[in-house]
Design a binder for this molecule. Structure first.
Ligand SMILES: NC(=O)c1ccc[n+]([C@@H]2O[C@H](COP(=O)([O-])OP(=O)(O)OC[C@H]3O[C@@H](n4cnc5c(N)ncnc54)[C@H](O)[C@@H]3O)[C@@H](O)[C@H]2O)c1
Length: 295
């Protein structure tokens, strides 16, 4: 076995979530508690970015499979930042257990300004400062969904991370930075020696690091950034990248050639993408349980 199959792992997670929700609804709607509704998630979509439309469709499909109600809330591309902040404030007080703002937003809107307004209880993408801070401190939090999904994939395949040298290429707030922090935290899936690289890392230093890495995680958005000559035999490779090359979707890794050296590798598509959605679903169920005081 060589392929870290995110599609398969995410189906397992979503099946378990559905069972858990059903169990809770059966128990809580019996004699003891007041009625609890199914979990509800909202997805805010501004404008009509073709890739975003497809991501949103996959998210609503996963919600259906998990037994979570979902709603897409659409706004025109010309909504102002202030108007969108007002909509977020309304959602913070709404019946939804959690909601996400599908990125990217139009250029005239600052994503950090919007994400900063989401109440941390409903921030199921795990991007708000409170959730990010709690995650970094190793406290209970809605964890950034892609990084959370990667941890779950590592866990699904029983990959040892303790004491391993992990190189993360890419340091964005939504992927590279949180996965580097989480793998460095003192948890079962963690306790790694992490090197975090970005565009400023000189190429020779980057190659020096990747060549001695046990695990390489690439989240840069650059096709073929990680090549066969940059990794050692037996390396584990997690490719987060999603790039359009002609009519093909590719990751950041030269998959065909790196595959020959890797002991485990994620495909693109079918690797990290479905696990991001699994992370989002897990955060939604957590938000629902917390809101309804369910342990
Ligand atoms: N599979 C998923 O679910 C999922 C989720 C989020 C993002 N993505 C994809 O992951 C990629 C990264 O997304 P992001 O939002 O983190 O991107 P970003 O543009 O915000 O950040 C990219 C990071 O990579 C670094 N980088 C860029 N070129 C580099 C190079 N040549 N060498 C080393 N570092 C380099 C940058 O310095 C930056 O830290 C994109 O392709 C995106 O589409 C996939």
């Amino acid at each position: 076995m060589k392929i870290l199959d995110g599609k398969l792992a995410s189906i397992g997670i979503i099946d378990k979530v559905r069972e858990e929700i059903n169990d809770i609804l059966l128990k809580t709607n019996g004699r003891i508690r007041l009625k609890v509704d199914k979990p509800k998630m909202a997805i805010v979509l501004v404008g009509s970015h073709p890739a975003s439309e497809s991501y949103v469709k996959n998210k609503t499909k996963a919600c259906d499979n998990a037994g979570i109600e979902s709603k897409i809330i659409r706004f025109q591309n010309d909504i102002t930042e202030e108007e969108l902040i007002q909509k977020v404030k309304v959602l913070n007080k709404s019946e939804y257990d959690g909601f996400i703002i599908q990125l990217p937003l139009p250029e005239h809107i600052s994503a950090p300004n919007i994400l900063n307004e989401i109440s941390f209880e409903k921030d199921i993408d795990g991007f708000s400062p409170v959730n990010f801070g709690r995650m970094a401190l190793g406290l209970k939090a809605h964890r950034p969904a892609t990084a959370y999904g990667i941890l779950k994939l590592i866990q699904h395949y029983n990959i040892e991370t303790k004491g391993k040298h992990v190189v993360v290429i890419g340091r964005s707030n939504i992927v590279g930075k949180p996965i580097a922090i989480m793998l460095g935290n003192d948890f079962n899936i963690g306790r790694s020696t992490v090197t975090s690289c970005d565009i400023n890392t000189p190429k020779d230093l980057l190659v020096q690091e990747t060549k001695r890495a046990d695990i390489v995680i690439v989240a840069a958005g650059v096709p073929n950034l990680l090549t066969e000559d940059m990794v050692k035999e037996g390396v584990i490779v997690i490719d987060v990248g999603i790039n359009k090359l002609g009519d093909k979707i590719v990751g950041d890794v030269d998959f065909e050639n790196v595959f020959k050296k890797a002991s485990w590798i994620t495909p693109v598509p079918g690797g990290v993408g479905p696990m991001t959605i699994a992370g989002l679903i897990l955060n939604t169920v957590d938000a629902w349980k917390q809101r309804n005081y369910i342990n």
